[in-house]
Design a protein around this ligand. Structure first.
Ligand code: FE2
Length: 256
């Protein structure tokens, strides 16, 4: 799930409808797409991804063999950190998005990209939402950071500029964040973890090399991002505890 791109205007793309994941509707092609996408990423991620993310895949029971069943994933997640996945039809209205996250409910789509467009998506699908996001919801400090960020958001719901600033924080951490582990940067952002090309690129392993910066919440809040291209800069946090404590005393009013 990515922050609603219309956040600055405070508008909704479509109304929120609660969905249930109808597992019987997944076709053989859907299952093949999941297997292909996940096995392709798991060829790379063991050396590139954060240890907590890799452990989270096991902890929440996500497997290359089949599309995750939300009920089974939630049974595990609830016991680990109190988070759960909630099926939504796509990008939801800001107020719904923030309220769900503040209740430790992570909005996730149930549709999967077709085999004919494995690498092109107009908006996030289940592979991004579940493979990318769900494993790290099992990491206590990260899960607490996510919850606290959106508790702040509820206080600023009617202030589009404040919500836009928080979307930058979400973008450069939850979606495109890197973390120092074992002396080198590793990936924990779901936007990178679910992208075959961005995984090596973000770690400067491709020909074109993006900038790496030490995570600083002030700098992140003042940095615009683009949704339509690979990121040109990434922020590296020292630990998930540091990420959580970066919100200590954060006063958005100072930035407005
Ligand atoms: Fe996302």
């Amino acid at each position: 799930m990515k922050v609603n791109p219309t956040t600055a205007k405070g508008s909704a793309i479509r109304p929120f409808t609660k969905l249930k994941q109808d597992y019987s509707r997944y076709t053989d092609e859907d299952q093949s797409v999941w297997q292909l996408l996940m096995s392709r990423q798991m060829d790379k991620l063991p050396s590139m991804a954060s240890a907590a993310y890799l452990a989270g895949i096991e902890a929440v029971g996500i497997s290359v063999d089949h599309i995750p069943n939300f009920e089974e994933t939630n049974e595990r997640l609830l016991k680990l950190t109190g988070w759960q996945l909630v099926a939504v039809p796509g990008i939801v209205a800001d107020d719904v998005f923030f309220e769900l996250l503040s209740e430790r409910k992570f909005p996730a789509t149930t549709w999967l990209r077709p085999m004919s467009s494995l690498d092109y998506l107009e908006e996030p699908d289940m592979f991004h939402d579940v493979f990318g996001h769900a494993p790290l919801l099992a990491e206590p400090s990260f899960a607490a950071f996510l919850h606290l960020m959106w508790t702040y958001a509820l206080d600023y719901l009617h202030n589009p500029k404040a919500i836009h600033l928080l979307s930058r924080l979400y973008w450069f951490t939850v979606e495109f964040g890197l973390i120092h582990e074992g002396g080198s940067p590793k990936i924990y952002g779901a936007g990178i973890l679910s992208s075959s090309s961005e995984s090596p690129y973000s770690l400067r392993l491709s020909e074109t090399k993006p900038d790496h910066h030490t995570f600083d919440v002030d700098e992140v809040l003042m940095t615009p991002y683009r949704k339509d291209a690979l990121q040109t800069e990434y922020y590296i946090v020292g630990s998930y505890q540091e990420l959580y404590h970066s919100l200590d005393g954060l006063e958005l009013k100072a930035y407005l």
